[in-house]
Design a binder for this molecule. Structure first.
Ligand code: XMP
Length: 526
């Protein structure tokens, strides 16, 4: 599919192209560039020069790579790139590659440099032009490599050297081609951001055109251009950040020509459905379809214990409800979805980045539905989606909403789902969330939620023996959900939450806390 925001003629946005050689920090480089206010798009390293030129880049960055330039089938670039007159910055592997391609000598390093290495700057301008570097010309850089540049290509100067006399940075000022052996993008390289920014602003002379506001202007203009005339677009809302931002963008762009569908499957948290419906109804101008499908989902889920089976039923049912209410109308041509940038690159990178598992998302509708797909967030990282949402005026309750699985509470009720179990879990979960928020910890946790186990145990309530279910509490810290650590909540807080849950919900016999990290656990229980 074509890039949704393929630069239209009216866009003034400047773009830096990041060629991805499969390095573990590639995505981080793109984020750092964007944080500096310059749009950065990641392309596979073997993209032809002709294709790269279609992006009209003002600068090109070569990422690092797990490969060595000496490896058979080492990833390479189209050589025409060096003749294009566009400034280039090679990082680690990227530096070895350009040094070798342009006639320098690259050799397997006599010793591997991993972690923190000091280097001295020999030429501060332009890459190291920054107070923190100039004050002491002796800097720390974060390295992870084996190969090294033995002699720079003709026309290149050595800009910095490590304490082992390895070339830490080289540059050809006339051609504006630079290479750094260290990783300026990682947090452990103090001043690394300055090196990237110096490349952007001193070498490429970028202006800061990548802002939430400029994105919104471009996106709304493009949406108007795509959805011309009297056509309508349908947008499925889940209450999550991504679909909400899509909705608010559509609202700004084509207002009354949007049909919003909120399918209430009854698997959301306590009062969540009511809150999101109220917000959407108040703020959005288009037609709003609130489909109460609670009973229908519960009937389909009755007696089903297997987690994958539950997921499948919910996904299929969602599509069925959607079809009945949207396809049958006949006045809708487009379907808007909240696909974001990491989803796009995970499926499109050609140079060996690890494949990351994808979840079945209830909101992810199949393309075969017969609508044209519109994905206005295809270029954004998650934190950028939040910034755009904030600029569009979305409330914090949506912007800061913790990730929530598409199949909802159905995968937090172990075993078969029923209306009684749902209601019990919603109450326990609300108490947990309330206490975490009161303790001021909500922003520090990636996710925190209650799980209704299928274990019943004996207890005493009042003077009577009580037999009832165990509620498990799960709270994790994480950067990206790929790995997670269990959150070290204080014992006092945990005690208070358990006491409230067993005290306020008559059925619950016990509360336990899950102290499993991911791996070996997963964040959810099912
Ligand atoms: P796990 O449990 O695999 O979850 O560690 C990682 C992240 O994904 C969320 N999750 C889902 N999201 N559909 C979704 O849209 C799903 O089926 C699903 N299962 C898990 C989970 O909440 C966590 O943030």
């Amino acid at each position: 599919m074509e890039h949704f925001l393929k630069d239209s003629s009216e866009s003034l946005r400047e773009k830096v192209v990041l060629l991805d050689f499969g390095g573990q920090y590639s995505m981080l480089i793109a984020r750092r560039v964007r944080e500096a206010g310059v749009y950065c798009e990641m392309l596979p390293c073997d993209t032809s020069w002709k294709k790269i030129l279609e992006h009209s880049p003002v600068g090109i960055i070569f990422s690092g790579s797990p490969a060595s330039v000496y490896q058979e089938k080492a990833p390479r670039v189209d050589p025409a790139i060096y003749e294009g007159g566009v400034p280039i910055l090679g990082i680690c592997y990227g530096m070895h590659l350009l040094a070798g391609d342009l006639g320098g000598e690259v050799k397997k390093g006599s010793r591997s440099e991993y972690g923190r290495t000091s280097f001295t700057i020999e030429e501060p301008e332009p890459l190291f032009k920054d107070a923190s570097f100039r004050d002491d010309s002796f800097c720390n850089g974060w390295m992870s490599h084996q190969d090294e540049v033995l002699s720079p290509p003709p026309g290149f100067n050595v800009l910095a050297r490590t304490e082992n006399n390895t070339m830490a940075a080289i540059g050809n000022h006339a051609q504006k081609i630079y290479g750094v052996q260290f990783h300026p993008e990682v947090f452990h390289t103090p001043g690394g951001n300055n090196v990237l920014q110096n490349f952007l602003f001193e070498v490429c002379h970028c202006s800061k055109t990548w802002t939430p506001r400029s994105f919104i202007e471009d996106a709304t203009a493009r949406i108007r251009q795509v959805i011309g005339g009297q056509e309508k677009v349908v947008c499925a809302l889940s209450g999550g950040v991504d679909s909400s931002v899509v909705a608010f963008l559509l609202d700004k762009a084509v207002a009354h020509r949007v049909v919003y569908i909120f399918v209430d499957h009854g698997l959301l948290r306590l009062d969540e459905a009511k809150e999101v419906v109220k917000l959407y109804r108040e703020k959005l101008q288009g037609e709003f379809l609130h489909i109460d499908a609670r009973e229908r989902f519960l009937n389909r889920l009755a007696g089903v214990k297997d987690p994958e089976e539950k997921r499948k039923i919910i996904g299929n049912e969602f599509i069925a409800v959607f079809k009945e209410n949207a396809l049958s109308r006949g006045d809708i041509s487009y379907l808007a979805q909240g696909t974001i940038y990491p989803d796009v690159i995970e499926s499109g990178s050609a140079c060996g980045a690890a494949v990351i598992k994808s979840h079945h998302n209830v909101g992810g509708l199949p393309e075969e539905l017969g609508f044209e797909l519109i994905e206005p967030l295809r270029e954004l990282f998650k934190d950028e989606v939040r910034l755009v949402g904030s600029e569009l005026g979305l409330p914090d309750s949506i912007l800061k909403r913790q990730p929530f699985p598409g199949p909802g509470l159905a995968v937090r009720i172990i075993g078969a789902v029923s209306a009684e179990k749902l209601s019990l879990l919603q109450k326990a979960d609300a108490i947990f969330r309330n206490e975490v928020t009161k303790a001021g910890l909500a922003d520090q946790l990636w996710q925190y939620f209650a799980v209704l186990t299928d274990v019943n145990v004996v207890g005493v309530k009042g003077d009577d023996r009580h037999y009832g279910p165990v509620i498990a509490l799960r709270a994790v810290v994480s950067e990206d959900a790929m790995t997670a650590d269990w959150a070290k909540l204080s014992l006092d807080l945990l005690g208070k939450i358990s006491a409230r849950i067993t005290g306020e919900i008559p059925e619950v016999a016990r509360g336990v806390y899950d102290i499993t990290s991911k791996p070996p656990g997963t964040i959810e229980w099912e």
